[in-house]
Design a protein around this ligand. Structure first.
Ligand SMILES: [Zn+2]
Length: 161
């Protein structure tokens, strides 16, 4: 494969993980000498499109999450929906890691938005920081059309799409 950044040859490094209640996943990391890096994850078993919903307060921040490159992150209370872009990576992380991705998407939106969007974005960011500090509860929804993503918790509600 060619590097989308410089056209050079990409090096592929693979690793496998066992995720409880989800199965084995293959993590593929593409690296180029120019500094380009892209990671994605693929389950070994065939999956069906799923939506996971979890109420997130202080206790849920460390809940394990598998987020593939096609995963949509939604937090209805904050009016946030993060669609996967070309830079969206597949990672094994936790809820805090998911909220940090939302934080960085919001910061980008604030940077490029008009004054009204900046104002709204900053308000949402403040509420998000409250949740990250363990104050307040929001609902985190992960939706993956390939079913490659999962919130690994008994408290997460799983629905087929
Ligand atoms: Zn490159």
């Amino acid at each position: 494969m060619e590097c989308p950044s410089c056209g050079g040859a990409l090096t592929l490094i693979t690793e496998t993980y066992e995720i409880p209640y989800f199965g084995m996943v293959l993590q593929s990391t593409f690296i180029c000498s120019c500094g380009y890096r892209f990671v994605d994850i693929f389950p070994f078993e065939e999956k069906i499109p799923m939506r996971y919903t979890l109420p997130v307060g202080r206790d849920a921040l460390c809940v394990r999450v598998v987020k593939s490159s096609t995963c949509v992150i939604e937090i209805p209370e904050l009016g946030v929906r993060v669609e996967p872009g070309p830079a969206s990576e597949g990672i094994v992380t936790n809820i805090e890691g998911i909220l940090r991705r939302v934080e960085s998407a919001l910061k980008t939106a604030i940077q490029w938005g008009d004054p009204d969007q900046k104002r709204k974005g900053k308000k949402i960011l403040k509420n998000l920081w409250d949740v990250l500090e363990g104050n307040g509860v929001v609902t985190v929804i992960l939706e993956d059309p390939r079913g490659f993503s999962c919130i690994v918790s008994e408290k997460a509600v799983a629905d087929t799409l």
